[in-house]
Design a protein around this ligand. Sequence first.
Ligand code: COA
Length: 167
Amino acid sequence: MPRQKQTQALLIRPIKPKRDRKALVRVAKGLPEWFDHEDIDEIEEDLLGDDGFVAEWERQRVGCVTVGIPAEVPAPQRAEITWLFVERGMHGKGVGKALLAAAEAFVLQKLGEGAELMVWTLADEAEPACYASTRAFYRGQGFQDWYVDRSDLQIWKYPRLFMKKML
Ligand SMILES: CC(C)(COP(=O)(O)OP(=O)(O)OC[C@H]1O[C@@H](n2cnc3c(N)ncnc32)[C@H](O)[C@@H]1OP(=O)(O)O)[C@@H](O)C(=O)NCCC(=O)NCCS
């Protein structure tokens, strides 16, 4: 993992699952427009299994990013952002960007130049309006729209936009 990075009051450091999970789940629960009960359960699980980084602002945990690196041969140089969220009151202050930068540096270190980082979120045509800011964030950070998956709506509930970025 890259060394921890500190700019004034913001500290980005690797997740320590046992120590951080409770506080991070609390942050996710504060974003009910984005995350329902099932999402919260998955977040709890992924916080234990995935690599990731925590953002601390004045020693409070205010967000995190988790990264999954699939072991399968077909995608040897692809990693996925599994979760990224920042406490509501801290949106727009650069925390999400700092977390994403840490995740990208981690993936580059693990997979090397030319690695792809993917993420999926809800598609433009999906109902929840709050995801417009999520798409704007990823597009602003250099992610390109890849494809829209409209299958398995009984599982995913909404069409999903897959995005990717070459590192
Ligand atoms: C998406 C999210 C992680 C971004 O984190 P953040 O700390 O608010 O974002 P930052 O302040 O670091 O970066 C904001 C950047 O995105 C852009 N951005 C953010 N919201 C935007 C919006 N609604 N419209 C246009 N641009 C937007 C900003 O312009 C800024 O780029 P700039 O610095 O080049 O101007 C955060 O808002 C969040 O937790 N949202 C809810 C959960 C979520 O959507 N998670 C992702 C899916 S799992």
